[in-house]
Design a protein around this ligand. Structure first.
Ligand SMILES: [Zn+2]
Length: 433
């Protein structure tokens, strides 16, 4: 069971002596036990539903029964970077600035990755706690997220920030920890494997046992969800393995929050072929070449499992091309669920307007959007169905806590509008003690 002496001097601050943390309009109390938030990347509620039906999740089933369980909404675009940054800042992209994995820089017109911490307009909950004397830890599967999740974190004072992808390259100075492979007791996992996520969870368990961070964020990878449907043996095995590790985090006395950055949908026709709208081709044909640029903000350096095809794209108009012309055309294409101009998209989805395209195009649950076939390499899918995300159809995520909510937060949850980025608020302030 949880022994408060494990928290050491920093965690042992009483609520009277500990500072309160304020960030983006939320007051966070000083937790009296460690808080661990697990972001199961792409963990659509359908996976948990199916694995529960198959009797594979004894720990999650118990959390749902005796703690708190809801389905929450994620940020749209339902991509990894915007949602992970929302979770660690407790805010929407209109505040923190990260609205995709990839965007067209307005000043230069160049398409650039959005993984730099310098693009973030907010610090993080983890950083604020670490700045006020707590030891905190962030472990992510993909190294691309590491710098944003670790923004402003006080590594010199003992906080920890690393990825399982580069767990063999950790240093005290950069990551606050070294010899991670020895600590975790696993070999360096493959980039495209369930082990990349299981490594993060094992690292979280070992850190809780040895380093005892007060707050910990464990961000997994969506490889399994991109590759396997709910109920497939590989998916069920992964959820079973995850459940066992969530149980160990609970047994170590932590408040455990399970969330996802986004859901996941199959984008196949009934005959197994892929249902893709080639939007750049369609716009070029109707409006002329070079009249628009379509940006797929799912793009990053880690694309083999989705070929940069997602359900949300941004269109930039050039010359005399108007947003209205693009919107009129996009609305006629089969499989398109919603089309918005810049202002409407930014307002509706709480996005930073200065980083928005002229037009946003969102596909339905069964369809994804690409630019032109030659720009998307799908060979690495290796015969698997194309499963991806980004749109409204992939915005439902599980929101599970291993302890019940206090009255105030139960009332808040009942009013609905629960977002995945409320998880730290609920896990820190909302637990009945
Ligand atoms: Zn993701």
């Amino acid at each position: 069971m949880w022994d408060p002496s494990h928290l050491g001097n920093l965690g042992a601050m009483t609520s009277a002596s500990a500072p309160e943390i304020h960030l983006n309009g939320v007051r966070y109390r000083w937790p009296d036990r460690p808080v661990v938030v697990v972001c199961n990347d792409g963990g659509d509620p359908a996976y948990i539903d199916r694995a529960l039906r198959d009797g594979l999740l004894p720990n999650v089933a118990r959390f749902m029964r005796t703690g708190f369980n809801a389905v929450a909404q994620c940020i749209i675009p339902s991509f990894t970077c915007p949602n992970n940054v929302s979770i660690v800042t407790g805010s929407p992209p209109s505040i923190h600035g990260i609205s995709g994995n990839f965007y067209l820089e307005p000043d230069t017109g160049k398409a650039v990755v959005m993984t730099g911490p310098e693009l973030m307009r907010s610090t993080t909950i983890l950083a604020e706690f670490s700045r006020n004397g707590a030891k905190v830890a962030s472990v992510t599967a993909k190294d691309k997220l590491r710098q944003q999740l670790g923004k402003d974190m006080n590594i010199a004072a003992g906080s920890i920030n690393f990825s399982s992808e580069k767990a063999d390259k950790c240093s005290k100075r950069e990551n606050g920890i070294e010899n991670v492979l020895e600590l975790v007791g696993m070999p360096l996992p493959d980039m495209y494997s369930a082990e990349l996520s299981l490594f993060v969870l094992e690292a979280g368990i070992k850190l809780l046992q040895t380093e005892r961070p007060l707050l910990m964020y464990l961000s997994l990878t969506d490889y399994i969800q991109h590759t396997y449907a709910p109920g497939e043996p590989e998916a069920n095995q992964y959820y079973c393995d995850m459940d066992a590790r969530l149980g160990r985090l609970h047994d170590l006395g932590a408040v455990v929050g399970l969330i996802a950055d986004h859901g996941m949908c199959d984008k196949s026709n009934p005959d197994g072929s892929r249902k893709i709208v080639w939007l750049q081709d369609a716009l070029d044909l109707e409006l002329g070449k070079s009249s628009t640029t379509v940006i797929c903000p799912i793009t990053d350096y880690f694309v083999a499992h989705h070929g940069s095809l997602g359900s949300f794209v941004r269109v930039y108009c050039h010359g005399r091309t108007t947003p209205e012309a693009v919107m009129k055309l996009a609305r006629k294409l089969p499989g398109i669920e919603a089309v918005y101009d810049k202002t409407t998209a930014a307002h509706r989805f709480d996005l930073p307007i200065d980083r928005e395209g002229d037009v946003v195009v969102i596909s339905d649950a069964g369809t994804c959007i690409g630019t032109t076939p030659s720009a998307h390499n799908l060979s690495a899918l290796d015969g698997h169905a194309l499963r991806t995300h980004g749109g409204i159809a992939e915005s439902r995520v599980p929101f599970i806590l291993n302890y019940p909510l206090n009255e105030t937060y139960a009332a808040r949850a009942a009013r609905s509008d629960l977002k995945n980025f409320h998880i730290f608020d609920f896990a820190i302030n909302g637990i009945a003690t």
